[in-house]
Design a protein around this ligand. Structure first.
Ligand SMILES: NC(=O)c1ccc[n+]([C@@H]2O[C@H](COP(=O)([O-])OP(=O)(O)OC[C@H]3O[C@@H](n4cnc5c(N)ncnc54)[C@H](OP(=O)(O)O)[C@@H]3O)[C@@H](O)[C@H]2O)c1
Length: 311
């Protein structure tokens, strides 16, 4: 599995595959859309803002004039938007080979809420994707060898942020600590990815779930973190977006994976470098915690997963 200096050149042809990418209008999601379109995939770019989405779509078409690429509207901070998106997706696409769960929001200066009143980072990064996946599971089941690739973050294991799932205050009503809330959401991404992979295996489904993190990559994500981080540190420390996108591209396309692999950069502190398998925290593998998060997520989203039925 270890491939020295893995790059987009290692990605085999993706012709014949339908690949859905959330947060596709910016940063890592846009770069993944460009690369995978260039590899021949039919890419469905999901974006919450139509104007930004159109600009990103034009950029993909500029880079790959023959690209088979569509744009769809999806706001992961609104359950109604996710339901509408799922209905439209079902009407348009018979299959879904790869679902890349990439959209994310980080470190808002003030506590913000989703449409259904969940803290914005937990609500968007975790609950939104939890619901989306459940709604698209039937199409993934109908598609041979399908895959879900989840974008997490190294922040899920930064000890000073006390990463945990705060069941007593999931929405940070008692005391809001923005980066801790982000860390919770990114730990939730991994707990969800591994738990979903276990449940799919138990149900004998032909779907695997993988995960990745991009190290520190210069994108719009840091724009809410103040001048020092977004302008100075981003220019000094962060890697380029093409490099930061490699872990999720590897998680989404590498052949011969079994499921539950986690890719990230292998440089110092996993902040930069070529993607390889890396270790996520012990907590991310805690099955009891994952089971509890699953139950709560079903309750909060009203989304009950259906693992029965045709493979
Ligand atoms: N960059 C890094 O160093 C880094 C490190 C660790 C993890 N990550 C993860 O990588 C992923 C991609 O982030 P990025 O770095 O590429 O940042 P980015 O450039 O800010 O892209 C984030 C994307 O998510 C979208 N998004 C945010 N809220 C959404 C919502 N409610 N519904 C639908 N889409 C929404 C954004 O849309 P708008 O443009 O409309 O806001 C944007 O397209 C995130 O999950 C992030 O947590 C990034």
């Amino acid at each position: 599995m270890a491939t020295a200096n893995w790059t987009a050149d290692n990605i085999p042809s993706q012709k014949g595959k339908i690949i859905l990418i959330t947060g596709a209008n910016s940063g890592l999601g846009l770069e993944a859309s460009i690369v995978l379109s260039g590899k021949g995939a039919h890419v469905v770019m999901a974006a919450r803002n139509p104007e930004k989405g159109e600009r990103a779509l034009a950029e993909v078409r500029r880079r790959h004039p023959d690209a088979e690429v569509d744009l769809m509207r999806l706001d992961l901070a609104d359950f109604d938007s996710i339901r509408r998106f799922s209905e439209e997706f079902h009407g348009r696409y018979p299959q879904l080979h790869v679902l890349i769960e990439n959209a994310g929001v980080m470190n808002p200066p003030k506590r913000e809420l989703t449409k259904q009143n969940f803290e914005i980072q937990f609500g968007t990064n975790h609950l939104g994707h939890f619901m989306l996946t459940g709604l698209l599971l039937d199409i993934l089941k109908k598609t041979p060898h399908s895959r879900i690739a989840v974008q997490s973050s190294g922040v899920h294991k930064i000890k000073s942020l006390k990463p945990d799932i705060h069941f007593d205050d999931l929405n940070w009503e008692k005391s809001f600590k923005s980066m801790q809330a982000y860390s919770q959401s990114k730990l939730a991404n991994l707990l969800f990815a591994y738990e979903l992979d276990r449940r799919l295996k138990a149900s004998n489904a032909d779907i695997i779930v993988t995960a990745a993190h991009p190290g520190w990559t210069k994108t719009n994500l840091q724009n809410t973190s103040g001048f020092f981080v977004s302008k100075i540190m981003n220019n000094l420390m962060a890697q380029r977006v093409a490099m930061g996108t490699l872990p999720i591209l590897r998680a989404a396309t590498e052949e011969g994976l079994a499921g539950s692999e986690y890719f990230g950069p292998t440089g110092i502190g996993e902040l930069r470098g070529y993607p390889e398998l890396v270790k996520s925290s012990g907590k991310s593998h805690d099955k009891e915690l994952a089971g509890k998060l699953w139950e709560v997520s079903e309750k909060l989203t009203g989304m009950t997963y259906n693992f029965d039925g045709p493979r």
